[in-house]
Design a protein around this ligand. Structure first.
Ligand SMILES: *Cc1c(COP(=O)(O)O)cnc(C)c1O
Length: 411
């Protein structure tokens, strides 16, 4: 027997606290002390950022990456290095963090939104291809919530139309797509080490240079360091194109070295817990767990599942509230609305008192209904937290609460 819902005065499914743990320890302290003992916190003079990147490259099986001050900065650097510029169009996902979009607009390019796969919540290659115009320069793929996008058809579209591909991996460390790591498939992969991601350096970012070409590596590096060319032995400081200062400090690099050692364990646990939850809720009528492309692996930054509204007597928000009363910290959807519905796009105003660069591409639409699947995902989904510090029992109780609430509200 399921019993009375907690929202109606019954017993909570989850009556014990979720597992917790500390993400920083003596390993980070030791690295930080060493960084300070160098008597410099400048990445080029010290060893910490260099070591952080070398370990990251090893973990990812790549030869070149560049540090940045944030994930947003990393994405801007990739766009700049890809030559995205005034009036270009960049096709991306309507469900993402705004950090995906900032760099596009700072390059005075125009974000164009394609629709998503209903169950992976990632870009659908056919929709991407329909959005391509003569101005399209790049595809900025977001691997949402730890799950890799279906990259093969996206790379094929990019090849056919000669477009750069940038992967936003801020939420998807060590996500695997058919054996390959997300972030190593397109031209560049961008990562965030802000305090909410799988690993944290307070703030920070990484750009991978997947061509492995020395020349391109130098371009990416200079774009994150106000165009200083420091990799040749001798420093060249001639400003030959516009580039921001997005440098990472030695303090961030130091913490990053210690955090990277924990990353495989963190992603392993999250994968285990996400899969465990899916296994337990997949047979519940009306519950649609997230899907991962075949042969691929998610590192579940969060867990987003959908309801089939036709199968329930309640709306999504009531279902979410009932879960919360059962002791499960559920949230309705992810971001409040698709990004093109936000004021910047509705008003076509990136810069105060200016309609540039939107006036360069007047035909680009940000109307409601533009990406129906993305809009439906945000209206019918429920988000659950995933943590490497949870216990298997925590996951089982989440599943039990979903089963209980679903049984009560089933039509
Ligand atoms: C976190 C995040 C970013 C931006 O990272 P910051 O380090 O906060 O700038 C970009 N894209 C996605 C999908 C993110 O989740």
């Amino acid at each position: 027997m399921q019993g009375t819902l907690a929202i109606h005065g019954g017993c909570k499914v989850k009556s014990t606290p979720f597992g917790t743990g500390k993400r920083f320890g003596l390993e980070e302290v030791r690295e930080l002390v060493e960084a300070l003992e160098q008597d410099t916190l400048f990445y080029h003079a010290g060893e910490k950022v260099k070591t952080f990147l070398a370990r990251f490259n090893e973990l990812y099986g790549i030869t070149h990456s560049v540090a940045a001050s944030s994930g947003t900065a990393a994405i801007h650097v990739a766009l700049g290095a890809a030559g995205v510029t005034v009036g270009d169009e960049v096709i991306t996902s309507p469900i993402t963090d705004q950090g995906t979009l900032i760099g596009i607009l700072y390059q005075n390019a125009i974000p164009v939104f394609a629709d998503l796969h209903p169950r992976t919540y990632n870009l659908d290659a056919a929709s991407v291809e329909r959005r391509i115009t003569s101005r399209t320069k790049a595809i900025l793929v977001v691997h949402l919530a730890g799950t890799p996008a279906d990259m093969d058809p996206i790379m094929e579209v990019a090849r056919r139309h000669d477009l750069a591909v940038i992967e936003d991996c801020a939420q998807s460390y060590l996500a695997r797509y058919k054996g390959r790591l997300a972030g190593t498939i397109g031209n560049y992969g961008c990562f965030s080490t802000n305090d909410f991601k799988h690993i944290s350096t307070g703030d920070g970012g990484i750009v991978t240079v997947n061509s492995g070409q020395e020349e391109e590596y130098r371009t990416v590096h200079a774009f994150a360091d106000k165009n200083y060319q420091r990799l040749e032995g001798e420093v060249f400081r001639d400003l030959d194109y516009l580039a921001p200062n997005y440098r990472m400090t030695e303090l961030q690099g130091a913490v990053g070295i210690a955090q990277l050692k924990k990353l495989p364990w963190i992603c392993g646990k999250r994968n285990e817990y996400g899969e465990r939850l899916t296994e337990q809720i997949r047979e519940i009528p009306g519950i649609l767990p997230p899907q991962v492309p075949e042969g691929s692996r998610s590192s579940y930054w969060f867990y987003l599942f959908r309801l089939d509204p036709a199968q329930f007597r309640c709306d999504r928000d009531t279902f979410t509230q009932a879960l919360r009363e059962e002791g499960i910290p559920a949230h309705p959807g992810y971001i409040p609305r698709v990004v093109y519905q936000q004021p910047l796009f509705q008003n076509k105003q990136a810069y105060l008192h200016s309609s540039f660069p939107f006036d360069r591409s007047p035909d680009v639409s940000y109307d409601k209904g533009l990406c129906p699947e993305a809009e439906a995902i945000l209206e019918t989904s429920i988000r659950l937290p995933v943590s490497e510090f949870f216990t298997p029992g925590d996951i089982d109780e989440m599943a039990e609460a979903i089963r209980k609430v679903a049984a009560y509200y089933r039509r």
